[in-house]
Design a protein around this ligand. Structure first.
Ligand code: SAH
Ligand code: SF4
Ligand code: F3S
Length: 464
């Protein structure tokens, strides 16, 4: 009896997700797709029967990470020969068969378009004992599973991909090569998916696309991004909406106006500028100027004075001179970003900039990186300190990593706040009085409760 039913034993699936939020979303899709084959999420890779790496190829370092992880998995596979290892995502799309050659213990290579074919690929490995590669590029219009599974419940926040691909071809960027052309999902399917998530307890959603401002702009679609936002804003039970990423060149007046009119749209925008020098922006093919970017920032602040603005910057782009970098420093000072993600330029396969002359030496890239980081660290800390003493509405996302008696969540402006509390608070919006500011987070105490979850009587008066 036991042996007859042994094939029904749930099998462990361990997914390692690297890269951007889109990969996080895709990994959840993989989990859902493999559920009918009796695969269940396994936290511990040692307990898994199937390990999938969902990879990122945005910088060389991200790609190296894949091969070093695969090196470690080779040992695991020697211990457990039945283990199936698959490599998916952007590195898989880019490298294809080369991964099988470099890593003989890999069974499956599946690119970004092969996501929904993963059950068939796993089946081929099990039944036909074959190694398989699928990097075929067929358009992915709708994700196959839009209802969260029982294993994906209990979350306060979720990502929803609204469009895939990118048509912009910034000269440094691999995304258009590994994710294909822009395709926008139908608004009805997106709204349905968000409704399901809200029914499962989600209170905040982040709409994802490489350039959400271009959502629905292709012929025959008929619903642009501000219109979609308005419809999402009407979903009952949903408390907050965020989106990422927004390309400055397509940041329309209508989208800026949405920050003034939609009550659920959080006052935060991630608006990657990449450089403060017009000359560099031109070589990057970003299609906007420094002045245009500053004007868009001003318009956003006119509509929503408290809006948090965060950005990405690449230092050491080919041909970047000290004078260009100084322009970046001055733009960063002028805008006063709430947070900044800084990257050293990295050559990528196929992209135009990898063939550009005047590559910046690594030591100069590192030096510029440190200078910019130091400048921004001061600004971020100042911004964090400026909210000490205020009351912020925090959406609780989970237990804090530091202690089981603390929870963590975010303010509308996306600042991380830790405060005493228990996991029963997950999914709740809690007013928190901010008492301390650190470089990457805030700490406070909940207010407006006579006796709250951590047993501290009285709390801090709301209007303190
Ligand atoms: N679609 C988004 C960016 C996605 S990639 C946008 O256009 O804003 C995330 C960030 O990685 C980019 O904003 C850029 O700052 C950085 N990046 C992309 N390619 C890079 C490269 N070749 N070297 C270094 N950083 C890079
Ligand atoms: Fe890459 Fe540019 Fe597309 Fe962003 S907009 S994904 S940086 S090509
Ligand atoms: Fe990386 Fe692919 Fe995202 S390259 S940043 S995982 S789209």
């Amino acid at each position: 009896m036991k042996s007859k039913l042994s094939h029904l034993r749930p099998k462990g699936l361990h997914i390692v997700t690297m890269g951007c939020q889109m990969n996080v979303y895709d990994s959840q899709q993989m989990e859902r797709l493999l559920e009918p084959m009796n695969y269940r999420p396994a936290r511990d890779p040692e307990k898994a029967d199937l390990i999938l790496l969902n990879t990122c190829s945005i910088r060389e370092k991200a790609e190296h990470k894949v091969y070093s992880l695969l090196g470690r998995l080779a040992r695991l596979k020697r211990k457990k020969p039945g283990l199936i290892i698959g490599v998916g995502g952007c590195v898989a799309q880019q490298e294809g068969h080369r991964i099988l050659e470099r890593a003989p213990h890999v069974d499956i290579v599946f690119g970004t378009f092969a996501l929904r074919r993963i059950p068939r690929l796993v089946w081929q490995v099990i039944e036909k004992k074959r190694r398989v590669v699928d990097i075929g590029a067929t358009e992915l219009v709708e994700p196959p599973c839009i209802r969260p599974s029982q294993f994906q419940r209990g979350r306060a926040t979720a990502f929803v991909t609204i469009m895939t691909g990118c048509d912009n071809f910034c000269t440094y960027c691999v995304v258009p090569y590994v994710r294909g052309r822009e395709v926008s999902r139908r608004p009805e399917a997106i709204l349905k998916e968000i409704q399901y998530l809200v029914e499962a307890g989600v209170r905040e959603i982040t709409l994802l696309g490489q350039n959400v401002n271009a959502y629905g702009m292709k012929k025959g679609h008929g619903c642009d991004f501000p219109t979609l936002l308005e419809a999402v804003n009407g979903i009952e039970g949903l408390k907050r909406i965020r989106f990422t990423t927004s390309h400055p060149k397509d940041l329309s007046d209508a989208l800026i106006a949405a920050f003034g009119s939609l009550n659920k749209l959080a006052p935060h925008i991630h608006l990657p500028v990449q450089s403060g020098s017009d000359r560099v922006l031109k070589h990057m093919n970003r299609n906007y100027t420094r002045d245009y970017y500053l004007e868009r920032v001003e318009s956003l602040r006119n509509v929503r004075p408290d809006i948090a603005i965060t950005s990405d910057i690449i230092v050491g782009f080919p041909g970047e001179e000290e004078i260009d970098f100084k322009e970046t420093l001055s733009l960063v000072e002028t805008v006063g970003f709430d947070n900044l993600y800084i990257f050293k330029y990295s050559d990528r396969p196929n992209v135009a900039a990898s063939r550009f002359a005047n590559k910046v030496p690594d030591d100069i890239k590192s030096e510029r990186f440190s200078r910019l980081l130091e400048l921004q660290a001061g600004v971020t800390l100042r911004k964090n300190r400026s909210v000490v003493g205020t009351i912020q509405e925090v959406l609780v996302e989970g237990l804090s990593k530091k202690s089981d008696e603390q929870v963590t969540g975010r303010t509308p402006c996306n600042m991380i706040v830790n405060f005493p509390g228990t996991k029963q608070l997950i999914g709740e919006l809690v007013p928190v009085k901010i008492e301390k500011a650190f470089s990457h987070s805030l700490f406070g105490f909940p207010v407006n409760r006579r006796e709250d979850h951590y047993g501290r009587k009285g709390g801090t008066p709301y209007a303190a």
